[in-house]
Design a protein around this ligand. Structure first.
Ligand code: AHG
Ligand code: MN
Ligand code: MN
Length: 335
């Protein structure tokens, strides 16, 4: 007997119809983002054959050198999304300012934020990278869309997801009803539901952090990692394993699959910066996905999703993953 395959379209229609969770316009938006991710996936796969590797010789607003694929992925997402009538504006890691939908197209009620290509340092070395996105509703009133409209807490997201370009291309999505994963069937060109109700184990023996920064961390993070490293002889009484892919998408995907804790904490090299990762299009969408899978996400002091943003490209310290471990690190910050 052939197994019944559930497509992304069918999953979204069911969320709309049965669960009443998503209006038709949000469904369209998510389908368009998923289609854009397919195009990005093709560009990523071409690699050296498609002249997409290497640096673009430009910098983004955060002073980071842009890779060619950062720019390509950004353009693909904009082109795919600007004309459909579902969006009022977009914001991206790779654009200084928000991108309002041009006047020639109808304006919709949603705002889309994205990190077009996450893990840029891994592009040229053929290691998993991804696209992260977050969807908000434009606040009522006010004809023109402004940056202010975007500055909402993560708890107001109406959809969030990421696509990982790895050995398989997988789209991971939440609309507030758990986390679902869709694998790209390249022959058919369609997204097929391959896991539903993803759950992160509450305990773990695996941590992900860039250990080369250890001497710069604050005492609570140092304490946590120190205790993990002491293994069976330390207070935790068990050995821990470590992984660091340097693509948040890939580290979070592993955590959704088998548990673990991910940290990119504040460090004292640049004390005025709360962290490296960005709140609006990295920490918020990933934080919500992790919570929807039974995990937790904090900045050490507060739930990520409760942080009131002040700037579009605001940075944040991130601790997320298996619930009991995240709670432990967070409690060390209170001690
Ligand atoms: P981006 O490529 O979008 O700038 O994000 C990279 C981020 C994140 O994906 C990853 O966890 C982290 O940077 C890796 O940083 P280090 O190189 O400092 O380990
Ligand atoms: Mn990123
Ligand atoms: Mn990026």
């Amino acid at each position: 007997m052939t197994q019944k395959r559930i497509s992304l379209t069918r999953y979204l229609v069911e969320q709309q119809r049965t669960n009443g969770l998503i209006p038709a316009n949000l469904r369209l938006l998510l389908e368009v983002v998923a289609r854009a991710c397919k195009r990005i996936s093709i560009a990523v796969n071409h690699g050296a054959l498609g002249e997409v590797l290497g640096s673009a010789e430009s910098e983004n607003v955060q002073g980071e050198v842009q890779k060619k694929l950062d720019i390509i992925a950004n353009e693909v997402l904009i082109e795919a999304n600007e004309w459909g009538g579902h969006l009022a504006a977009m914001a991206s890691e790779e654009m200084d300012n928000i991108y309002a939908v041009p006047n020639r197209y109808p304006q919709g009620e949603y705002l889309l934020l994205f990190d077009p290509l996450d893990g840029s340092s891994n592009i040229d070395v053929n290691v998993s990278i991804g696209t992260i996105f977050s969807v908000l509703k434009k606040p009522e009133g006010g004809a023109d869309v402004s940056v202010q409209d975007f500055l909402q807490t993560g708890s107001r997201q109406v959809a969030a997801g990421y696509c990982i370009y790895g050995p398989q291309t997988t789209l991971v999505l939440t609309v507030g009803n758990g986390v679902a994963m869709f694998t790209l069937d390249r022959e058919q060109g369609s997204w097929v539901l391959t896991s539903e109700n993803v759950q992160i184990p509450v305990d773990t023996k695996e941590f992900a952090v860039n250990m080369s920064n250890m001497r710069h961390w604050a005492p609570p993070v140092k304490r946590y990692v120190d205790e993990c490293l002491q293994g069976t002889e330390g207070p935790r009484g068990k050995d821990f394993n470590m992984r660091w892919i340097a693509s948040m998408v890939a580290d979070v995907h592993r955590i959704l699959t088998r548990g673990g804790i991910f940290m990119y904490p504040w460090d004292k090299r640049e004390p005025d910066k709360p962290g490296k990762l960005r709140l609006m299009y990295e920490a918020n969408p990933m934080g919500w996905i992790v919570e929807q899978a039974g995990g937790a996400a904090t900045n050490g002091h507060q739930r990520i999703l409760d942080i009131a943003p002040e700037k579009l490209h605001q940075r944040v310290s991130v601790i997320l993953g298996s619930k009991n471990e995240v709670e432990r690190v967070t409690s060390y910050h209170q001690a």
